[in-house]
Design a protein around this ligand. Structure first.
Ligand SMILES: NC(=O)C1=CN([C@@H]2O[C@H](COP(=O)(O)OP(=O)(O)OC[C@H]3O[C@@H](n4cnc5c(N)ncnc54)[C@H](O)[C@@H]3O)[C@@H](O)[C@H]2O)C=CC1
Ligand SMILES: O=C([O-])CC(=O)C(=O)O
Length: 329
């Protein structure tokens, strides 16, 4: 086992996703079986007791990869020396809440957390924002961490990616492992664009294998984009285990790289590629090489894809302008 433990801080640790996520991190699934984890749980004071219960259960698993568990209700202490920050805790939308109220409430969480990461994170810090609205929350946090390279702030669209892979595999009768080069573009919201234009099924173009453009436009895209709402409707609570799984996948890929001949999707800072305004945190087709995300270059974008990407990016611009107007940047 590697000698020095890696510090992983999880916010919203006593929540649903936290409960599904912490045991997988502690058991080595995030960073590998040779990397001990120093786990830090950040919660609001009212939820610290519940986090203590989870920490007792983590102890009871006797994971060989778990170096220690500490609980915090203070962001500055929780992020001091952090290598991997998983920002899961967020303010959910409640009945009657306007969009501005939601952005404002989340600004109150992600602004100080960005500042705390800026103040104390390790030089190699990697940040994944899961809490919604994930892209804009990541944008807010990054804006308050001027000393951390902006590309270290990412937002999770891996769950959307995994959902899309699964839907395509089911439709074509292929194995999940036969699907490659699928992309989620834009925002982690109902405007996202799950794109099959470059996807392959067993090496063949996915659109050719499916052979049904109507299914792609009228079933596949809305099913993936609205899957979160469908889970809430069925379960009475939002996706938790699958969201935790996607967070593990995102960080694992970031650290260990993408398989040859494939890519994945992640919300990363735009460098202006594909007409996405520079600086926005938008989902792109990405590979991870030497521990850094890279946008897959030079993909053709047809008229339909262009309009779908533009629509989702327009929503990201609106969210950015709204948080700017609220003084959250
Ligand atoms: N990006 C994605 O694909 C997905 C994102 N989500 C989002 O993830 C977030 C968490 O979901 P759940 O775990 O189901 O929610 P939850 O409500 O069960 O847990 C959230 C936890 O965050 C904590 N929290 C609130 N403010 C905090 C702060 N300032 N610092 C630390 N902790 C804080 C709460 O006390 C609570 O324990 C939600 O915003 C949800 O919409 C959920 C599924 C997928
Ligand atoms: O809408 C939510 O809170 C859950 C969510 O992001 C998803 O399942 O994709």
């Amino acid at each position: 086992m590697a000698s020095s433990p890696v510090t992983v801080t999880v916010t919203g640790a006593a929540g649903q996703i936290g409960y599904a996520l912490l045991f997988r991190i502690a058991s080595g699934q995030l960073l590998g079986p040779d990397t001990p984890v120093r786990l830090r749980l950040l919660e609001i004071p009212q939820a610290v007791k519940a986090a203590e219960g989870t920490a007792m259960e983590l102890d009871d698993c006797a994971f060989t990869t778990l170096d220690s568990v500490e609980i915090y209700d203070d962001a500055t202490a929780a992020f001091d020396g952090v290598n991997v920050a998983l920002l899961v805790g967020a303010r959910p939308r409640t009945a009657g809440m306007e969009r501005g109220d939601l952005l404002s409430a989340n600004g109150g969480i992600f602004k100080p957390q960005g500042a705390a990461i800026n103040a104390g994170a390790a030089d190699d810090v990697r940040v994944l924002v899961v809490g919604n609205p994930a892209n804009t929350n990541a944008f807010i946090a990054a804006s308050h961490a001027p000393d951390v390279p902006r590309e270290r702030f990412t937002a999770m669209t891996r769950l959307d990616h995994n959902r899309a892979v699964s839907q395509l595999a089911t439709k074509t009768g292929a194995k999940v492992g036969d699907i490659a080069k699928l992309t989620i573009w834009g925002n982690h919201s109902a405007t996202q664009y799950p794109d099959l234009s470059h996807a392959t099924v067993g090496g063949r173009p996915a659109l050719e294998v499916v052979g049904d453009d109507t299914w792609v436009r009228d079933t596949f895209i809305p099913t993936v984009a609205k899957r979160g709402a469908a889970i809430i409707e069925a379960r009475g609570a939002s996706s938790a285990a699958s969201a935790a799984n996607a967070a593990i996948d995102h960080v694992h890929t970031w650290v260990h790289g993408t398989p040859a001949g494939d890519w994945t999707s992640a919300g990363i800072v735009s460098d202006g590629s594909y007409g996405v305004p520079e600086g926005l945190i938008s989902s792109f087709p990405v590979t991870s090489v030497d521990g850094r995300w890279q946008i897959v270059p030079d993909l053709s974008v047809d008229e339909f894809s262009r309009s779908r990407i533009d629509a989702s990016v327009a929503e990201l611009v609106e969210e950015r302008d709204a948080v700017q107007a609220l003084g959250l940047l």
